[in-house]
Ligand binder design. Structure first.
Ligand code: FES
Length: 390
């Protein structure tokens, strides 16, 4: 019989007593040896239930949020939904036009529900988002990773006064945190500054407005960069001046940023002008750069359309300079394990045997990996012919 997550945890919690009673290698103060053979099956089953590597999810509802964004509501069909920290993401595996690929999407629902929501907005020229928005139907099933990522509230480090700065679909992890706060009756004080191009682009706008009316702990400030003349709200960009209007004593707050890389590059210096400590500015990476040629250090002489050859095993695959290496490989059926697809998690770590790649400065590669010739294929762009080993 399959045990629920709660039953598994209870069972594991009861085990130290049984273990102690059997007097196995346990001394006062020495703790419990969770590696003992008696423990291993319980530990494995509990860890797999709480941190599944993969989940099979079925779409039960599709909610149209804006003209370009939809929420896909899922239930899990191969077990219980695991617990997660609001702000985390899953990696959604799909096959588009015969190409097996994946994308990381933040969960927009709160933990502890019988469903899990992913909210997707169409990207200009988006290969996967276009497919998801146009082709997915209720009843379709997919594999995803379990919940992943470190963009969540850390009470001891972050404190209780938070400022969320979202751009476009970067609202999704914040929505999970805010909805979780509703359930917990607002132990945190949150100010949300949400930048969009125009009012019709705002995702979850009505819900956010209502929440800010109903809860003194939540302040919502939408800001439009290209609003029509009739718009009465705030306009422009998220400057230090605007942040100061919304946030008293910015130096005492923790800032969370999620949105296009260009938004981060603009907002971070604005926050530093307000004496926000650099270590109190958290960022969720947001996929590979929309245009890698605009990234710091991109070789200006190189056209992004230049095609190089990548040798992997006995195969030779063409790869454009302006496209992440992982996408070029996937197009030819070479699947690289991936989770964040933003350069942060190391899941796509690949050995570069020869040749040269460009990786943006935001890539979170370990120094030892970089020194030993590893690259993150999800944000590596070929600058020459390459030989790699997966
Ligand atoms: S998939 Fe996370 S670093 Fe590439």
């Amino acid at each position: 019989m399959t045990q629920s997550i709660v039953e598994l945890l209870k069972d594991l919690g009861n085990f130290p007593k049984a273990y102690y009673e059997k007097n196995l290698r346990r001394r006062t103060g020495a703790g419990t040896d969770y590696l003992a053979p008696e423990y291993q099956d319980r530990v494995r089953r509990t860890v797999e239930a709480i941190h599944p590597k993969t989940m099979r999810l079925r779409v039960t509802e599709i909610i149209k949020e804006t003209a370009t964004a939809k929420t896909f509501r899922f239930v899990r069909v191969d077990g219980e939904l695991p617990p997660f920290r609001p702000g985390q993401y899953v990696n959604w595996q799909v096959k588009v036009g015969g190409v097996r690929t994946s994308r990381a999407y933040s969960i927009s629902s709160a933990p502890g529900q019988d469903h899990l929501d992913l909210t997707i907005r169409g990207m200009k020229g988006g290969f996967v988002s276009k497919y998801l928005l146009e082709k997915i139907e209720i009843g379709d099933s997919f594999d995803t990773s379990g919940p992943l990522g470190g963009f969540y509230h850390e009470p001891l480090i972050d404190g209780n006064e938070l400022v969320f700065i979202a751009g476009g679909s970067g609202i999704t992890p914040f929505m999970s945190i805010i909805r979780d706060q509703v359930i917990r009756d607002w132990p945190l004080r949150i100010t949300l500054i949400y930048g969009s191009r125009k009012p019709s682009d705002i995702i979850f706008g009505k819900e956010l407005e209502q929440l800010s009316k109903d809860n003194a702990a939540f302040t919502y400030m939408p800001v439009m960069s290209e609003a029509p003349p009739s718009y009465r709200g705030r306009r422009g960009f998220i400057t230090s001046r605007l942040i100061k209007q919304a946030v008293a004593d910015p130096a005492a707050k923790t800032f969370y940023l999620c949105g296009p890389n260009a938004m981060y590059d603009f907002v971070r210096p604005e926050l530093l002008k307000l004496d926000a400590p650099a270590h109190k500015i958290k960022r969720e990476l947001y996929g590979p750069p929309a245009d890698v040629t605009k990234e710091l250090g991109w070789p200006a002489r190189l056209k992004p359309t230049t095609v190089f050859t990548v040798k992997v095993g006995d195969r030779e695959i063409p790869a454009r300079a302006g496209e992440p290496l992982i996408s070029s490989l996937e197009r030819y059926g070479v699947v690289v394990p991936a989770e964040c697809r933003s350069g942060a998690c190391s899941a796509c770590r690949t050995k570069l045997l020869s040749g040269e790649v460009y990786m943006p400065p935001s890539t979170g590669i370990r120094q030892s990996d970089a020194a030993n010739g590893y690259i993150h294929a999800c944000v590596a762009y070929p600058l020459s012919d390459l030989v790699i080993r997966l």
